[in-house]
Design a protein. Sequence first.
Length: 235
Amino acid sequence: MDNNKECFGSITETAAAGGQTITQTKLECQNCEEIRDCLRQSKQWSEEKRENDELRKQEMIAWIIDISIILSNDIGACLLEFLSRIYSIPLGQVLFKNLLLFYEVPRNKLSSTLTIPISRPIMNLILGEGDEEEDPASYPDPGKNKNGFVLRAVLIQKSFPNNRKANMGLIAYEVARMLTSDKLVIQQILPLLSDSETRIFKNSESEQRTRWLIGKWGLLDELEALKKELAALVK
C-alpha cells in the first residue's frame, strides 16, 4: 500500500511459556482496516530478521572454529554446541563485539584465558589483507568497530575424557568468568537486562556473576559436572 499509517508493521509476536505465541498490537489496531496487511508485513520482517540473525550466528561460529586450534573431536563437538547455544539467546549479542578463540593445549593444568585488544591494522595483517582497496566487509567484524575489537582467547589445557558435560562446563565457565570480570563486557551486558536483573548483577560478586551467566546459557548442570571432576582431582 502507498498510504500506510505511520505505525504500519508495528505488530509484534513474542514467544510465551508453553510454546504459545502472543501477538502484541496497539489500541488503534482494533478498528484499523489495514490490520491484515500490517500483520502480514510484520511477520515478513520478523522472519527476515530471524534469517539474518541465524546467518550472522553461523558465520561467527564458522569463523571461530576456523581460526581456533582444537585437537580432539570431543572438545570440538562441545565447542560447536556451546557456541550455537550462547549465540541463540539475547545476551549473545554481547559476543558479537568480542572475538572468542579457543586453543586446546594439553598440559594437564587448569585452563586459562587471555584478553587482547586488536587494532584494525593488526587485524588486516592477521588476515593478510594489506591491500587498502580490500573490502573490510569481506570477513566477520565483531562489533563493527572500525578501530578494532577485543580478542578473548581460552586456553584449554585440561579436558575430561568421556565426560561431555564436564567439558561443556569447562568451556562455559572459562568464557563466563572472562566476560563477567571485564568492565567493558559488563557495560555491554547491563542494557540487555531488566531492572531487577541489573540490581542483582551489580550487587553480585565475580563468581556469582559467572554462575548467573552460565545459568542464562542453560549450562548449570554442566557446571556441576565440572565441579565434581575438579573435586575428584584434589582427592
